[in-house]
Write a protein that binds this ligand. Structure first.
Ligand code: NAD
Length: 309
């Protein structure tokens, strides 16, 4: 009656603390033996008598909930809960929790990493040397640049503080601005248009677009500075990839970095261009961040199940 299914296959790789916490709290751990995302049937058979699940992105629909009769809590390592039927979970009295803080520093640091790489043309220079070409690029300093943050929540705020530490001035646009925080941190919430027209570096940290319409399309790209760097670490589809391809081709001094794509794994034409960096959705992939998320997920689960006893 105290079994916990741990479904993320890499769980515990960054440190033993999360598993130790569970064991010390008296739980028996059922690991994922498949080394990949569980199918519904696998979740059902592994989890037949579990009280809780430390979950990845596997599906929890009504068929799964109906079979996991003792399940009381799904604790996601991460934030996405689109694979869980939330209404049915509520009906069944299963509590759901997430770990929104774990990735913040890692995503913020990735924004800086990508911006610095593009400003000094690191990846393109590295590729050239490997191809026998010795060519020195004169890049730009990050110090003194204006950084525009779109989406000023957890990650946006942390990203702003890192850019400020590098000597940048930061402006931000958030649709539902936290005015109190912004005032006390000496920042104004400027308009979306001000960010896209005046920033040298634009770092996007909004949630996915609910209406499916890109936030940044050809019209917005055309208003940005020609030497601008745009970085999307939020969700695929927030920038129109086709419009970005056309813009990058037309303006070789315009740069972009994408960590998220409409279809992942990404195999599209942006990979043909030198003025873009592409990373495979690794925003939160820092060992310290993974460990922090796993610890948060386990503590959330222990707290919720503890309250039931
Ligand atoms: P958050 O909820 O703290 O912040 C999001 C902010 O965006 C909020 O302040 C909200 O008011 C604002 N917002 C919503 N719609 C907007 C719009 N149309 N225009 C401007 N602002 C808008 O979330 P967070 O933890 O900061 O995460 C931000 C994004 O980062 C999410 O999309 C999340 O999925 C993504 N993320 C990506 C990775 C990765 O691996 N690349 C990892 C973690 C999170």
């Amino acid at each position: 009656m105290n079994k916990i299914l741990i479904s993320p296959s890499s769980f515990g790789e960054c440190g033993s603390e999360p598993l130790d916490l569970l064991k010390n709290a008296g739980f028996e751990v059922v690991p994922n033996p498949y080394g990949r995302k569980l199918t519904e049937n696998e979740t059902i058979s592994l989890g037949s008598d579990i009280i809780g699940a430390v979950a990845g992105v596997e599906t929890y629909n009504s068929a799964v909930f109906d079979k996991l009769k003792n399940l009381k809590c799904i604790s996601r390592v991460g934030v996405g809960i689109d694979s869980i039927d939330l209404a049915y979970a509520k009906e069944k009295g299963v509590e759901i929790c997430i770990t929104p803080n774990g990735p913040t520093q890692a995503v913020a640091e990735l924004s800086i990493t990508l911006a610095l790489n593009l400003m000094r043309r690191i990846s393109v220079s590295d590729r050239r040397i490997r191809n026998g070409v010795w060519k020195k690029e004169t890049g730009n300093l990050i110090n003194g640049k204006t950084v525009g943050i779109i989406g000023f929540g957890r990650i946006g705020k942390k990203t702003a503080s890192l850019y400020k530490a590098l000597g940048c001035s930061v402006i931000a646009y958030d649709k539902y601005a936290d005015s109190a925080w912004m005032e006390s941190n000496d920042m104004g919430n400027v308009s979306f248009e001000t960010v896209i027209r005046t920033a040298d570096i634009i770092s996007i940290h909004v949630p996915g677009m609910e209406n499916g319409k890109p936030l940044i399309d050809a019209a917005e790209l055309s208003q940005m500075k020609h030497g601008c760097i745009i970085i999307n670490l939020s969700r695929g589809g927030v920038i129109n990839e086709q419009a970005l391809f056309v813009h990058l081709k037309e303006y070789p001094e315009f740069f972009a970095a994408l960590d998220v794509f409409l279809d992942e794994p990404y195999k599209g034409e942006l990979a043909e261009l030198d003025n873009i960096l592409l990373t495979p959705h690794i925003g939160s992939y820092a060992k310290e961040a993974k460990l922090a998320m796993e610890i948060d997920a386990v503590n959330n689960l222990i707290n919720i199940i503890g309250k039931l006893k």
